[in-house]
Design a protein around this ligand. Structure first.
Ligand code: BJW
Length: 235
């Protein structure tokens, strides 16, 4: 494990980093999966069975996101990236754009983005900020239907995995923030980084998770407090 200042910091964020911005998490008390059946709204099979329900679910999430603002955790990560002299890779499981709004230039959205659609006919991915319906028309190929949120559902391959694998192999500090460590492959990142034996691993979360014992360092509390404190101490 490296001593001294890190050379390449990799940060993985989850829903907890956006919780204080008013976006619900998935598995906390009152989380999205306590109100919706994930099989119905977050799988390709659910979308095929009931596209109207899935469109409604994501339309409501897009509307919520419109009102949300980045919090101190998003801003602290962006500020650290601006001043850090080494390499910095921000990987997010979140489909919101609060890292970008907080000033991060290019977070890696491994589970896609709420503000993009993908056409299942021509595979075009395009920015979209309005409600969609099962009969929406693709602006690229003009065909009706088959427009879906450009997000990664269960059973689908997360995005940008080559870049993520390379960053995990290269980092000497890995920090997981606001994620319950239940959804793979992201939940396995800390184990992979540890197995390579080169990086210090830190978990910043509201409370301990199933993966806490794998981290060298843990800080518990709201992201808006623990994230700024952790990254201030790092620079
Ligand atoms: C705070 C806080 C505050 C709260 N401050 N903290 C059996 C074993 C292993 C794997 C599998 C298995 N069976 C099936 C699988 C695979 C499956 C999987 O992992 N299932 C598990 C549930 C078991 N995974 C997949 O299918 C993935 N694809 C895949 O594996 O492809 C094959 C592959 C193989 C090898 C390499 C690569 C690929 C795809 C997963 C897609 C997940 N999609 C979703 C929906 C995205 C779109 C949308 O948003 O609607 O992604 S599900 C949902 O969970 C969303 C999230 O990104 C993801 C993770 O959730 P997250 O962020 O951790 O949120 P929570 O709510 O769980 O936790 C919040 C945390 O914050 C908590 O700890 C709180 O305490 C904390 N917190 N307030 C700080 N203020």
């Amino acid at each position: 494990m490296s001593a001294g200042p890190p050379r390449h910091v990799v940060v993985l964020t989850g829903a907890g980093v956006s919780a204080e911005s008013g976006l619900g998490t998935f598995r906390d008390k009152d989380g999205l999966w306590t109100r919706y059946d994930l099989e119905e709204v977050a799988t390709p099979e659910g979308f095929r069975r009931n596209p109207a329900l899935v469109c409604e679910f994501y339309n409501a999430r897009r509307e919520n996101l419109r009102k949300a603002r980045p919090n101190e955790a998003h801003r602290a990560l962006a500020a650290f990236e601006r001043r850090f002299q080494g390499r910095f890779t921000l990987i997010t499981q979140n489909v919101d754009d609060l890292h970008e709004k907080g000033g991060s230039p290019d977070p890696v959205h491994m589970h896609g983005r709420l503000d993009e659609l993908r056409c299942q006919h021509c595979a075009a991915v395009y920015a979209y900020d309005a409600p969609i319906a099962p009969d929406s028309v693709c602006p690229v190929c003009g065909r009706e239907g088959g427009q879906r949120p450009n997000v990664v559902w269960f059973g689908e391959m997360p995005l940008h995995m080559d870049a993520i694998d390379a960053a995990l192999a290269d980092c000497d500090l890995f920090v997981a923030i606001g994620t319950s460590a239940t959804v793979y492959p992201a939940a396995g990142f800390v184990g992979r980084v540890r197995a390579m034996g080169r990086a210090r691993c830190a978990e910043l979360n509201l409370e301990p998770t199933a993966a806490s014992s794998l981290f060298d360092e843990t800080r518990y509390g709201p992201a808006s407090e623990v994230v700024p404190a952790f990254f201030a101490a790092l620079s």
